[in-house]
Ligand binder design. Structure first.
Ligand code: MG
Ligand code: FE
Length: 169
């Protein structure tokens, strides 16, 4: 494999690191607003802990493969600032809009890790495969949970919508 292939893979890894930082921002915003859906809230809290560990694992992987710690921190700072604008929009059905966004996001993560794993295998980076494969499994588990819970959540939301002003959260 060429240096260009490796540099392209590194760019995907940086993108994944930025994606996990964005996931933390999104999950934090959703957890803060989920007042009357304890099951979703608990699952999101679990995935937030996983997400923070994923971001740390990707940081270490970036450093192992040549990125400096200060360059990684710099990207993070920019993202945190950009993420703050995301949490300001609240729809009447925000729990459903949030679930839609989460479902989409988890599938983007799954695709990203499948690319990174295939690339790492092609480039002979077995250390990276060992880090990325468990992360992929966590994303699949979260996507499956959301998939299974979307229909019950929708029914619960609609049942509450007429009588309960808190349904949206
Ligand atoms: Mg993730
Ligand atoms: Fe995720």
């Amino acid at each position: 494999m060429t240096d260009t292939a490796h540099e392209t893979w590194m760019m995907w890894l940086r993108d994944a690191h930025a994606m996990e930082a964005q996931a933390e921002t999104m999950l934090n915003a959703q957890i803060g607003r989920l007042e009357t859906y304890p099951a979703i809230r608990m699952r999101m809290e679990q995935h937030l802990r996983e997400t923070t560990a994923q971001r740390d694992a990707l940081s270490r992987l970036l450093e192992t493969h040549g990125d400096s710690a200060s360059a990684i921190k710099d990207t993070m700072g920019k993202l945190m600032a950009a993420g703050q604008g995301l949490s300001g929009v609240f729809a009447a059905d925000e729990v459903m809009k949030g679930s839609l966004a989460s479902y989409t996001f988890e599938h983007m993560e799954i695709a990203s890790y499948r690319m990174l794993i295939a690339g790492a295998q092609e480039l002979g980076m077995t250390d990276a495969v060992a880090v990325l494969e468990p992360i992929l499994q966590q994303e699949i588990a979260m996507a499956d949970w959301l998939s299974e819970n979307l229909a019950p959540l929708t029914r619960s939301f609609l049942a509450r919508a007429d009588s309960d002003l808190q349904a949206k959260r």
